[in-house]
Unconditional design. Sequence first.
Length: 80
Amino acid sequence: MIAVLSIAALAACAEYEERINLIVGLWVIVSPWALHFFANITAIRTNVIVGVIIGVIVAVVAAIEIWLTHGTTPRVTQAR
């Protein structure tokens, strides 16, 4: 899902892409608990940890992009 959204972002620059990436990143973070992925097998726990780390990275980058795009006010310059 993250890869598809990234390809779509390259194809067409739309304003909703960062918000969707933020939602998907947050879902990747909470999905192990929501879908009960935990088990005693080390490989599954490692995959869950890696998935949560990727979710955090995607959510943080999307939040920064939203903040940089919409959170700053444009500077007014004086015409000479």
